[in-house]
Design a protein around this ligand. Structure first.
Ligand SMILES: Cc1cc2nc3c(=O)[nH]c(=O)nc-3n(C[C@H](O)[C@H](O)[C@H](O)COP(=O)(O)OP(=O)(O)OC[C@H]3O[C@@H](n4cnc5c(N)ncnc54)[C@H](O)[C@@H]3O)c2cc1C
Length: 483
């Protein structure tokens, strides 16, 4: 949480600095912090935590972008087992050319399984013979204050003591590390969104056209209201996700993925709206908005593109109910005593979700109506997921348009829950402080209304959509057979 607060402050001011800090702190040294042995931490951490040395996290390669499991860099064990020989190239690595310690993912043979390989995490230093920076600072569109580089490893001998975590578990390590990166991404985007809102308010209140300030036009108000609502939600969502990590929860990968997709998409909209309110002046480099627009674009791509994460949110989220339906189906096909009891439990869970409208607890009377609406939407969501699983069964794994709606509804449910929780806490705090005037929660109210409307739209789209025409048009222009 404290780290997120810091990154929000940095994100308010400079996206390059936040990516630089994130690359070191959230992902560069995270695998060492989470998976390093006591000896490794003693050896490597002291200089990394004081900032004397920088860390970097190197997963991406030419063939391993979104498909992170497809790492091609090899790590071959030496005959005496004392070290591994690394060969391959990495690209798009933040801080690669200025880091003193890099966490590098490479493919190692799986002992006892001829021809099988798995990804392993290694600690690498650039002074190892054979390590070569191919490009220190790749020229790029935004976050130009960061050094994004390419490097090669040619027969680099890395001691076996530099393996981080269990051999062959590098992918799991990488994904766990990225959970942290995605949480601080949320904080940086929240900070940037708040800056955009301030800039937009300042400009709208002072710039006059048609003898009025821009703030008097409803179409400008609409943008500002939406920006305020989104900034509130981004803040609430980041705080709650960070608190899940702080509380020591074991699994928060869906929440961090939802936070990443939601906040990066919202920031892109917010920057765009602030840009529009500034008109032509935003286009010139003396204002920060053209830089903020360029800087914000990487967020939807880096640390898991939003498309990949959207599918991930839907599929991982549906895994539990999907398994329960499978249990029921398998039992119907092939009944056995043991199966029947499992299927009964699964059936009761599914039935419970189908008939019970969940209670969303709030302490403030004035929020009860919103909490009830949220409960009903959660129930509708459950129902819609059940129906999608029963209707599509296994093919749902490839139906990204269905997944997108389920993930979209899930993200808005999560965002609304966070907003309601934050709002409830604010109302209660004001009451405890004896404030006579109720706190102004119009931005949060607006968010809830708009979020609820989006959820209904996502769920409605599961049965009322243009998917067939859309896929036919895409297949037609892509020269693929129409489906
Ligand atoms: C400035 C910058 C800094 C970076 N820093 C680091 C770093 O420090 N360490 C590191 O390891 N990497 C880093 N990266 C790499 C970044 O994580 C990758 O760019 C990202 O994972 C996407 O991979 P890719 O660029 O190869 O795109 P691709 O994998 O080629 O994907 C291109 C697009 O295809 C679509 N797509 C791909 N797969 C699917 C799918 N399954 N379903 C639907 N759509 C899909 C998405 O729209 C995606 O944006 C950085 C990248 C940039 C630009």
């Amino acid at each position: 949480m404290a780290n997120c607060k810091l990154l929000e402050e940095i994100g308010r001011r400079c996206a390059s600095t936040s990516v630089f800090v994130n690359a070191h702190h959230s992902i560069g040294i995270r695998a060492l912090l989470l998976f390093g042995t006591h000896e490794q931490k003693q050896k490597w951490l002291p200089k990394l935590v004081t900032g004397e040395q920088l860390g970097a996290f190197a997963l991406t390669e030419q063939e391993a972008g979104s498909d992170a499991a497809n790492v091609q860099m090899t790590a071959t064990p030496s005959e005496d087992g004392s070290h591994f020989v690394l060969n391959g190239e990495k690209r798009y690595i933040t801080n690669a050319s200025i880091a003193q310690v890099l966490t590098v993912m490479a493919r190692t043979p799986v002992p006892g399984k001829e021809g099988k390989t798995a990804i392993t995490a290694f600690l690498v230093t650039p002074d190892m013979p054979g390590f070569e920076i191919l490009e220190a600072r790749m020229p790029k569109m935004g976050i130009r204050g960061t050094a994004t580089g390419r490097f090669a490893m040619r027969n680099v001998k890395v001691p076996k003591e530099n393996i981080l975590g269990p051999p062959g578990k590098g992918l799991k390590i990488a994904l766990t590390v990225l959970d942290f990166g995605r949480t601080t991404f949320g904080a940086c985007c929240t900070g940037a969104a708040k800056t955009c809102l301030q800039l937009a308010i300042g400009h709208a209140k002072t710039r006059k056209q048609f003898n009025k300030t821009l703030s008097e036009f409803d179409l400008v108000k609409k943008k500002i209201a939406r920006m305020a609502a989104d900034a509130y939600a981004m803040d609430a969502m980041t705080t709650i996700t960070a608190s899940l990590i702080d509380r020591g929860l074991e699994d928060y990968m869906i929440e961090t993925a939802m936070l990443k997709v939601f906040t990066t998409e919202r920031l892109w909209e917010v920057v765009n709206e602030a840009f529009q309110i500034h008109g032509g002046s935003a286009y010139f480099v003396d204002l920060p908005l053209e830089r903020m627009l360029r800087d914000a674009r990487i967020n939807q791509i880096g640390e898991g593109s939003n498309e990949v994460l959207t599918s991930f949110i839907a599929l991982v989220g549906m895994r539990g109910p999907g398994m329960e339906f499978k249990e029921i189906y398998d039992t119907m096909m092939k009944p056995s005593r043991e199966r029947v009891s499992k299927a009964w439990t699964a059936g009761m869970n599914r039935l419970g979700a189908a008939i019970r409208v969940p209670d969303v607890p709030v302490r403030s009377e004035e929020l009860r109506a919103s909490a009830r609406q949220l409960g009903r939407l959660i129930w509708r969501f459950n129902f819609a997921v059940n129906r999608a699983l029963i209707t599509y069964r296994e093919p749902i794994l490839d139906m990204q348009l269905v997944q997108e709606r389920i993930a979209g509804a899930a993200m808005d449910l999560f965002a609304s829950t966070c907003v309601l929780s934050r709002l409830d806490a604010e109302v209660q705090l004001a009451r405890r402080n004896g404030d006579s005037a109720p706190p102004d929660h119009s931005a949060a109210d607006l968010f809830l209304r708009q979020s609820f409307r989006r959820i209904r739209r996502f769920l409605g789209g599961l049965t009322d959509n243009d998917d067939k025409s859309l896929l036919a048009a895409a297949n037609s222009v892509l020269g693929k057979p129409r489906r």
